[in-house]
Each structure stands twice: as structure tokens, then as C-alpha cells.
Write a protein that binds this ligand. Sequence first.
Ligand code: FAD
Length: 414
Amino acid sequence: FQRDSYDVIIIGAGPAGATAAALLAQAGKSVVVIERSYFPRFSIGESLLPQCMTYLAEAGLLDDVVAQAEKFGFQYKNGAAFYRNGEHSLFDFQNKSSAGPSTTYQVKREHFDQLLAAGASAYGAEVHHGFTVTAVDFDDPNEVQVAIEKDNQQQSLKGRFLLDASGFGRVLPRLLELEYPSDFPVRQAAFCHVKTTLPGGQFDRNKILITVHPTEPELWFWLIPFADGTASLGVVGGTEYFDDDDTPGQALWRRVHEEPHLLTVLGEYEVTRPEQMITGYSANVSRLHGDRFALLGNAGEFLDPVFSSGVTIALKSSSLAVPLVLQQLNGADVDWEQAYTVPLRKGISTFRSFVKGWYDTRFQDVIFYHQQQNEIKAMICSILAGYAWDSENPYVCETERRLRVLVELCQTES
Ligand code: FAD
């Protein structure tokens, strides 16, 4: 460590932590990122949304991602494809209503996260791996003290502000008892990587493929191709759809074998990254900020994987929080609720309505409704591309009401 006191301490070097560190370092602040794992390390969350590109550019990290895309097998992505019982539906992000990038990547997170962390270091942030944050102390009104541990050795660091970007580590929610029940029931995901050319079923590898299970519409599969001839494959559903003693492999492949179209698309495959399972990942907190701290990305709220919104929300949170941290460090009195929680949660609640509608299947009917007016489809497409904070989109401003009207229309006309 180059000093024992920093302007900002960040817990976690995932996308939220690395982009926040890059922004703060470029603003001339002393920043230290404490990351418990050594990179490259696997993470789930591989399909990005075009809106991410805006935040990566803002943090000065997009050029590196684009330059290294080929080397790391990042797959160009221009939309989302949906399949349900013989019906196909395509959303090409170029047809979205919002301004902004319309393409992105599907990334192997070990390389993507390493690139972002290296970018933050290049801007002057200190990124330290192998250290776990174990305790925080806000007793001194002018600083926060953070206890860190490596190989059973304890030490402590001081900072003027603390950003928790620990993702599923949920450091401050646990230490400060901020955990709050998520709106969503406990669901689980089983996934792996396969090597396959994806030869079957007229599949466009520039799109994520979301497939609804043929008889259990609350159960769905993701297929996320990478550019190196591998793909990520996963199944997601409530725990009631899996047996308690299922191994991750059994949970995944039994369900995949019930979906003939997905098997056709997969063609001959070989598992290249072993099956793994995550249960109960949806999370929320009672508040996203407090005196001298704020929560970023998944350390705050996580909804559901279905619309690939996680990394986008993580990057949006850094983009909103960093200017406020800078103001606070300059002595301003910042209204974090109005300037951070309210705008961040606007977009999250748009995604939340879409996720709820997906699992109660009303939004699935919207997705597979083929007489949709182009203008409406463009607005839905914008949100699927991550533009959930575009206040000019009526489906952002009044998501629930608009969705209700749309569902009624789709259901009466189909
Ligand atoms: P993370 O990426 O989780 O990073 C947190 C970092 O903090 C980690 O590196 C961790 O090692 C470190 N850390 C944790 N605890 C400590 C500690 N005590 N001390 C020090 N360091 C610590 N999102 C998408 O955008 N697209 C998808 O396709 C997608 N699919 C998903 C599928 C599933 C099944 C799930 C569960 C999630 C998916 N997500 C997806 C969500 C995505 O994984 C997360 O939203 C995203 O990684 C959040 O980024 P983050 O920076 O907030 O946290």
C-alpha cells in the first residue's frame, strides 16, 4: 500500500468497483481497491447490454475492451433472440428508440474484469488482490477505517469515503445490517461453458438466445455465445423446479434435454467449464448510502439474470455515485437519496417490472406478440438494450401501467 490513508476505499474490483476506481483516479483522488480474489477469476454475468458501452466510455475503459475483444473471445452482440414452443422473436438493438450504442459484447468475465481493473490501475488507482475486507468502523466522524485480512494477517486502512462494490460478497449489507428482502422468490441457476459451433436451428450467434421451457414457462435457458467457439449455457427457475439432491450437472442437463430446439441449436458439444449452481441470488438493501459510504452494483440490489441487466446496473451505479463522492470530498452537503437512490432505482424498477412480467408470463406474451407496432417494439427494445433510465421512453416513465395496457392488447388480439 502506498499510503495508509486514501480519499476513497473501494471493496471489490468487479465492474462496479473498477469503473468507480477509474473515474475517481482520473479526477485526481487517491483510490485503493481491495479485492479478495486474484484475477483472472471466473464470474457469472457474461452478456452485456449496449448501454454498458456508454459507461465504459465515460470511465475511459471502452477502448481497452474493444482493442482486446478479439484476443479474449468477446462476442459481438447486437440483440436478443427469444424462443418458446416453436415461436421465435428477435430484438435487433439497432431498432431501439433511445439514442446511444446499439451493440455490445458477450464476455468471459475473467478477462473483462481483469481488463477493467488493469485500466483503473493505469489511471492511478491502487488495486490490491488477495485481501478480504472483514470489518469497518465509522466511529471517527472524519474517516472510515477498514480492516483487511490476507493469509491470516490483519491490517487496517483509512479513507474519507467507502464504496462497497463487493457484489454477492455483500460486505456492508452484512456488516451494517442493511439486508432487506428481495421482491423475488428464491430461484436458482445451473450453468456451464460448452465448446460447440452452434450449428443448428437458424441461430444468429450475435444475439443472446433466451429459450422458454416447453411446459414450465417460469423455467428458461440462456445461451450466450463467445467468439472463441465456446458458449455459456444456463437454466434458471424457482428451486421447486430442481431436486434438492441434484448435482449442478443433473440440474442443467435434465432440463436442457427437455427442450428439443435448444438441443438442435447446440449440436455436438463438449463441456469446457464444469457445471455450477447458484441459488438465492436476488438481494436488496434497506438503503444504498449512509454517512461516508455508498453501495454500488450487486452489493446494493440484484434482480434476476433474465434480461442481462446486472453489469449495466453496476456500471450505472458507479456513474451516478462518483460525481457525488467528488462533491462530498470537496465539502458539499450531498443529498444521496435524491441524487443517487432515486435515479438509480428508477431504472432498476423498470427492469423489475419486466422481470416480474417475465415470470408471471405476461411479458413473455408481449415478447412473442408478432403484430406489435414498430414504435412500441422500439421502446421495449430500448429497455432490453439497457436504456432503462431514458426518461423519454414511456415504458421507463410508467412501466407498470404501460405494460398492463400492452399485455391486454396482446392477449385480446392473439
Ligand atoms: P461483482 O462482479 O460480483 O464483483 C464483486 C467483487 O468483490 C468480486 O471480485 C469479489 O471477489 C469481491 N469481494 C467480495 N467480497 C469481498 C470482500 N469481503 N473483500 C474484498 N473483495 C470482496 N449480469 C449481466 O449483465 N449479464 C448477464 O448475462 C448476467 N447473468 C447472470 C446470471 C446469473 C445466474 C447471475 C446470478 C447473475 C448474472 N448477472 C448478469 C449479474 C452479474 O453477475 C452481476 O450483476 C455483476 O457481476 C455485478 O457486478 P459488481 O461489480 O456489482 O459485483
